[in-house]
Write a new protein. Structure first.
Lengths: 199, 490
């Protein structure tokens, strides 16, 4: 069994066409076990998105479990459209619920700001693990920018991001532009701090 | 085929993201993109090293999911086979009998049951006297002093019941919902119904500003509700819901996925829908019309049961006319840009605005444009058509009054940021809510009569697609403002 969502080099399928989401959903509606190919196709997408939102493995796994439970329950009501956008709409709610369950006394506003407390921009450079650099930089973006970037980094197209966030594709692209410039500046601060420390 | 350099920068960046993150082969626009921006995108790809889900976790989760499905199927099968073998016992077993463990508890339980039954009888008798025929009844048709759906009627012309307040009003009450309200309230029998992005549908007594009930029928409510025959219909981001207007109890739901919402217009047996507008259902003659789904599908749903009557798919930007009974497409009018405003249909003409800043007047019988006027910006305010004049919010915070016959500008008045809100016109006075003030203008020349300062507030998210105009009923102006509903009167 191979798990993986990121586009892989084209695989020789011996002339057979890879079934698209719509066909797989139609099969899964008849028999829940037939959901497996969709599950394999999207587990990494959903997990990756939950990880980017929640910032820790355990919470991301909890949220991922919740997403697929709910997706299987709600599948008979799926009426077409882009399946993975539908899945990530469920994920949005599941993440808020996972967070609320862990922090029952906080307000909804803080549930929107799910990520562990961030260091100051200069301190990002001190992170030994460069792989956490981006996760540490995301909290400096506005909520709008973060929501768009988390989905975009997870591998959605801007039109799909627009569906998940209930916005127009135009506004998603504008926010994406702002967020990229913002991240560019944050990474520059990071580079210069690193150089100063090395000097 | 335009050069990449001709494309706006956000689009070029978007394509480059697609190339770097999704491996899209062509059309990247990389050459024309600012090299430092392109480098940032590539750096983000390098840094974005979220590992895939742990294979052990993934296979365990799948096993759990399969097990849960199997258990559910087994339980259902067991219930069915038990019911087939023991029809009487199965019905008794399904009754909610309590499990008595303490002696004497059985007697107490029966006394409690008797008391409950007596209470129920008293309640029924009392409600018969309160709501007996001829009295106030939520099931009766809406009266003239109601605003049962957004823009006043199924033709969405923006007619308000009125009257407006006498002179400059003051704040009567403010009801805070703590989540964004994206559309106007609807008001029926002295109750205002409002939905917010937390998915709450709230009924507010218009006399006191106090809550009657609240319900959470689904996810985020982005449009306005519609009320007919004692039932409130509202479209959330995951479906259409019917809720009892007196109690807030959910009656049925109908799944419509988010995407391109629509505010349908129903006139003379035809439904007019655009592919992009806030999702506010229309209810006419026992049928709820609603639009949605990523692929722009229009639905007609039985108002009593929630059963689907028909569905029709739209193809591209524009305005669609459908047969209200069958859903068959009568005509479609393709526009260059998305329709986010209107339409309002009056005297055989549909008035609507498009995202490229044009206001259109379309002759419905001939599907021919009578006129079009460019006012600029991104027309999102839905037109209010009263006495031969169209009132519509334009760019730079201007309110426009256009002649319905020619589209000629009658006047233009700067009233703050209203490009998304539709004005209300009652007895020669235009009421318009901007970001900072509720203003009243003389409808004949656009002169300001008075203004009341209101604060602009947003909770959590900034407002993305507000379309809220004032509602003028019984001498009071109701305005959805940020996260609260406010009432102004004398």
């Amino acid at each position: 069994v191979q798990f993986g969502f990121r586009p892989q080099p084209p695989v020789e399928t011996g002339g057979k066409q890879v079934p698209d989401d719509g066909d797989l959903v139609a099969c899964a509606k008849l028999d829940p076990r037939a959901f497996e190919p969709l599950y394999l196709r999207y587990i990494d997408l959903v997990y990756g998105y939950c990880y980017r939102r929640l910032g820790c493995r355990e919470a991301a796994e909890d949220a991922t479990s919740l997403v697929f439970q709910r997706a299987l329950e709600a599948l008979p009501g799926f009426r077409g459209g882009i399946f993975r956008a539908w899945l990530l709409i469920i994920a949005q709610h599941a993440i808020t619920d996972t967070y609320r369950r862990a922090h029952p006394y906080e307000t909804l506003a803080s549930a929107e700001l799910v990520v562990d407390p961030a260091p100051a921009p200069e301190e990002i450079a001190l992170l030994a693990d460069e792989r956490r650099l981006l996760l540490a930089a995301l909290p400096f973006l506005s909520i709008d920018e973060r929501r768009v970037m988390e989905l975009r980094l997870s591998g959605l197209r801007s039109t799909e991001v627009a569906i998940v966030l209930e916005r127009s594709a135009d506004s998603v692209r504008q926010v994406q532009l702002r967020a990229t410039k913002h991240l560019q500046a944050l990474l520059r601060i990071n580079e210069s701090t690193k150089e100063a420390r090395n000097a | 085929m335009p050069e990449h350099g001709d494309l706006p920068i956000d689009l070029r960046l978007d394509r480059y993201y697609d190339e770097v993150f999704l491996g899209d082969p062509a059309g990247s626009g990389k050459d024309a993109l600012d090299p430092s921006l392109a480098a940032t995108v590539r750096r983000l790809r390098e840094l974005d090293a979220v590992e895939p889900a742990n294979p052990e976790f993934a296979s365990k989760l799948w096993k759990d999911l399969v097990l849960a499905q199997d258990t559910a199927i087994d339980n259902r099968a067991r219930e069915i086979s038990f019911a087939a073998a023991n029809p009487v016992q199965s019905r008794i077993r399904s009754l909610p009998w309590p499990d008595f463990k303490v002696p004497g508890e059985r007697r107490k339980w029966f006394v409690a049951q008797f008391a409950m039954a007596a209470l129920l009888v008293i309640t029924l008798v009392a409600s018969w006297f309160t709501f007996r025929p001829g009295q106030h009844n939520p099931g009766t048709p809406n009266s003239d002093s109601d605003m049962p759906m957004v823009y006043g009627n199924p033709a969405r012309t923006g007619v308000q019941p009125g009257p407006g307040p006498a002179g400059k009003p003051h704040l009567l009450w403010r009801f805070q919902t703590f989540a964004n309200i994206f559309d106007s309230a609807v008001i029926v029998n002295g109750v205002a119904y409002i939905g917010n992005t937390d998915g709450l549908l709230i009924a507010i007594d218009t006399k006191t500003g106090k809550e009657r009930w609240r319900a959470k029928p689904g996810a985020s409510l982005v449009g306005a509700a519609a009320v007919a025959g004692g039932t409130v219909y509202a479209q959330s981001s995951d479906g259409l819901f019917a809720v009892d207007a007196e109690t807030g109890v959910k009656l049925w739901d109908f799944t419509v996925y988010p995407g391109y919402d629509s505010t349908p217009v129903v006139v003379d047996g035809a439904v007019y829908m655009s592919t992009r507008n806030a999702g506010s259902p229309a209810v006419v003659d026992g049928v709820v019309y609603v639009g949605g789904d990523a692929d722009s599908t229009f639905y007609a749903v039985d108002a009593a049961t929630g059963a689907e009557l028909w569905q029709t798919k739209a193809t591209t930007n524009g305005l669609y006319a459908l047969d209200a009974a069958t859903g068959a497409m009568i005509w479609q009018f393709i526009t260059n840009s998305t329709v986010r405003s209107g339409p309002a249909v009056l005297d055989g003409t549909a008035y609507f605005g498009t995202k490229d800043g044009i206001v259109h007047a379309l002759d419905i019988a001939n599907v021919a444009e009578r006129w079009q006027v460019t006012i600029g910006g991104d027309v999102r305010s839905s037109p209010t058509v009263v006495d031969g004049t169209i009132y519509i919010g334009g760019p730079y915070g201007d309110l426009y009054a256009l002649d319905t016959a020619t589209g000629k500008e009658r006047w233009r008045s700067p009233i703050g940021n209203t490009d998304e809100a539709s004005p209300a016109v009652v007895d020669g006075i235009v009421y318009a809510g901007g970001n900072d003030a509720l203003r009243a203008l003389d409808a004949s020349n656009g002169q300001e009569l008075w203004n009341v300062f209101i604060s602009f507030e947003a909770y959590g998210f900034p407002r993305t697609e507000p379309d809220e105009g004032p509602v003028v009923v019984g001498g009071v102006v109701y305005l959805s403002e940020g996260t609260s509903l406010v009432a102004f009167g004398n």
